[in-house]
Structure formats: C-alpha cells, structure tokens
Design a protein around this ligand. Structure first.
Ligand code: HEC
Length: 103
C-alpha cells in the first residue's frame, strides 16, 4: 500500500513520533563499536580522538533522524556489519556526547 505524501507528512508531525528514533539502546556497547570502526578515519582528518568531526563548525546534521541515517550509511560504507540496534546505540551515544539533538 502506498500512502499519499501528505499523509506521511502528517504522521511525521504527530507528537507521538517525536520520540527518539533509536529504539532500544546500549550505550555501553556503543563506544567500543564506534572506536573500533569509526574513530581512526575521523582522527586522520581532525586529529585527537576525532570527535571534532562531530562538533566542527558547519557540521552536516541537524536532528536525531539525520544522525541515525548518517550512522547507518557510515556503517554500510565501512562494512562494519552492525545490526540496526547497534547503529541506534552508536547514534544515541553520539547524540548524548556531541550532538545533543532533542528531536
Ligand atoms: C573512511 C573514513 C571514514 C570512516 C571509516 C568513518 N567515517 Fe564518518 N565521516 C567521514 C568523512 C570524510 C566525513 C565528513 C563527510 C563530509 O564532510 O561530507 C564523516 C562524517 C561523519 C559524520 C557527520 C559529521 C557531521 O558533520 O556532523 C558522522 C556522524 C559520522 N561520520 C559517523 C561515522 C560512523 C558512525 C562511522 C563508523 C561506522 C564512521 N563515521 C566511519 C569519514 C569516515
């Protein structure tokens, strides 16, 4: 079934769907996953622990969903082989420490 785009937009606007998008999260698992698969490349670009990637001026992301999508596409790009729950956990962890998006 295909919903008309207006129905989709109306659904997005519902407060119930303004919940955090990452579902069940394991923040303790997130940091090792991130450090193993993601950090070295960001460090090559920005030095230090690479976290400047997430706090730089003009960063690309502006909400939780974009953050989750970015983590998912990086996972695919680097073939880290994470499950969706792991993508969600890393996105939530990045949000907690760097992005602080509330929606
Ligand atoms: C091969 C190098 C490389 C690896 C490995 C890598 N990234 Fe990235 N990442 C980049 C580059 C380059 C950018 C910036 C892209 C741009 O500026 O257009 C980026 C940007 C990002 C951003 C957005 C930063 C912003 O502007 O807010 C996030 C989030 C991110 N990466 C997460 C991850 C995650 C999660 C992983 C591990 C699954 C990962 N990256 C692995 C190279 C890498």
């Amino acid at each position: 079934m295909r919903l008309p785009i207006t129905a989709f937009i109306a659904l997005l606007a519902l407060p119930a769907l303004a919940e955090e998008p990452w579902g069940k999260v394991d923040l303790d698992a997130a940091k090792p996953l991130h450090d193993k698969a993601c950090q070295s490349c960001h460090t090559k670009m920005y030095g230090g622990d690479g976290s400047k990637m997430y706090t730089r001026d003009g960063r690309m992301l502006s909400n939780q969903l974009e953050l989750l999508q970015r983590v998912a596409s990086c996972n695919a790009m680097v073939s880290a082989g994470w499950f969706p729950e792991e993508e969600g956990s890393v996105a939530a962890w990045l949000n907690k420490h760097y992005y602080h998006f509330e929606n």
